[in-house]
Design a protein around this ligand. Structure first.
Ligand code: SF4
Length: 360
């Protein structure tokens, strides 16, 4: 077997069903896209440190609390965040009431692409801004600590970047952002997103965002300033400021279990369902999710733990070949999961950039 390390970051799209009608995405048009049962998530490796439960709209999966529980058991050291469009307030609150007792530290990111009508227009939902903000308030009332506004940058909403950032500061919640990047298999394959924002607006908005984050005395916010700097370089020049390792340090999982190196690398590396389950817990979970009676008699507890099972899959010769193909694609990518792993690998470069930009 080839020597390789296990991934530390991933995005898990648990469903492609969606109740939004976003301009930049066609996922909501997909019908009957296959979904893994919740027990299959027990096959994830414990090496994962950051997991984003995404979609589609993840809260439309009525077994989301079962998925969250399986993910937490399989990856006990992972920080988990659920990304939502925030439109189904009642459903989200009801699901969070089940999830929070299992995972009090879980985060929720609500998409806000602009203030007021800008958000409604981009998300294709009249009154969408109010609906999403209502969810933010309800989650705050529930006492959710790890709450954030997630902004998707497009040509139309550049001037709202600072507005949504300021809104997050007023609300006392975190701010994250991404660039509308689509691919043949992500965002429903939508290829005609207008992602060519005006340069003068980008200069102004990013200068504001980066300065505001650097003004603080908070390491996390400095890292966010660096992330924003990377995003600016990516959007304006298609440049990736730090190298990363798609399909090594991170991956994207679609609802059917297919694993991709990232959301923009169209190369299926394998399917999580094909990971052979040998350990006690994963076998029980798979059976439970399939509605089979628990029968532990045949379980051999001396067999390898989850990580070892995943490693057989992740480090196979086939995977090594796939990674070479991915490297040859040379596609730049800069989003939270890819940037986070890159920042962790290059702390001195990030620290040097922060020092120069904060003090000089
Ligand atoms: S961007 Fe997200 S919320 Fe909008 S349609 Fe696509 S999956 Fe749904």
């Amino acid at each position: 077997m080839n020597k390789c390390t296990l991934p530390i970051d991933c995005v898990l799209a648990v469903t492609y069903r969606c109740n939004s009608r976003c301009n930049m995405c066609d996922i909501w048009k997909l019908k009957d896209f296959p979904e893994m049962s919740f027990g299959e998530f027990a096959k994830l490796p414990a090496s994962l440190r950051d997991i984003n439960l995404s979609g589609g709209e993840p809260f439309l999966r009525m077994d989301l609390s079962d998925i969250a529980r399986e993910v937490k058991k399989a990856c006990p050291r992972a920080r988990i965040v659920i990304s939502s469009n925030g439109f189904a307030t009642e459903l989200i609150v009801a699901q969070m009431k089940k999830i929070l007792p299992i995972m009090p530290g879980i985060g929720v990111a609500i998409s806000i692409d602009g203030v007021g009508e800008m958000h409604d227009e981009l998300r294709g939902i009249k009154g969408g801004f109010e609906m999403a903000m209502n969810t933010v308030w309800e989650l705050k009332k529930m006492g959710l600590k790890n709450l954030r506004l997630a902004f998707t940058l497009m040509a139309k909403n550049v001037s709202h970047l600072s507005k949504v950032y300021d809104l997050s500061r007023e609300l006392g919640v975190e701010f994250t952002h991404s660039f509308a990047q689509s691919s043949e298999f992500y965002f429903g394959g939508k290829q005609n997103v207008d992602n060519n924002p005006r340069r003068d607006l980008l200069d102004k908005e990013y200068a504001y965002l980066i300065k505001s984050e650097l003004r603080s005395w908070n390491l996390k916010r400095w890292a966010r300033a660096y992330f924003a700097h990377g995003m600016f370089e990516f959007v304006t020049g298609n440049k990736q400021v730090l190298s990363n390792a798609p399909g090594r340090d991170f991956f994207f999982l679609d609802p059917s279990g297919n694993i991709y190196p990232s959301v923009v690398h169209n190369a299926v590396m394998g399917n999580l369902k094909s990971v052979v389950i040998n350990n006690h817990h994963a076998r029980k979970s798979a059976k439970r999710s399939l509605g089979l009676a628990r029968d532990d008699s045949e379980v051999d507890t001396s067999l390898p733990k989850n990580d070892k099972c995943f490693k057989v899959f992740w480090c196979s010769d086939e995977m090594v070949k796939k990674r070479k193909q991915v490297d040859a694609m040379k596609i730049p990518v800069w989003m939270i999961c890819t940037a986070r792993t890159a920042i962790k690998k290059h702390p001195w470069r990030v620290a040097w950039w922060v020092l120069r930009n904060k003090f000089f």
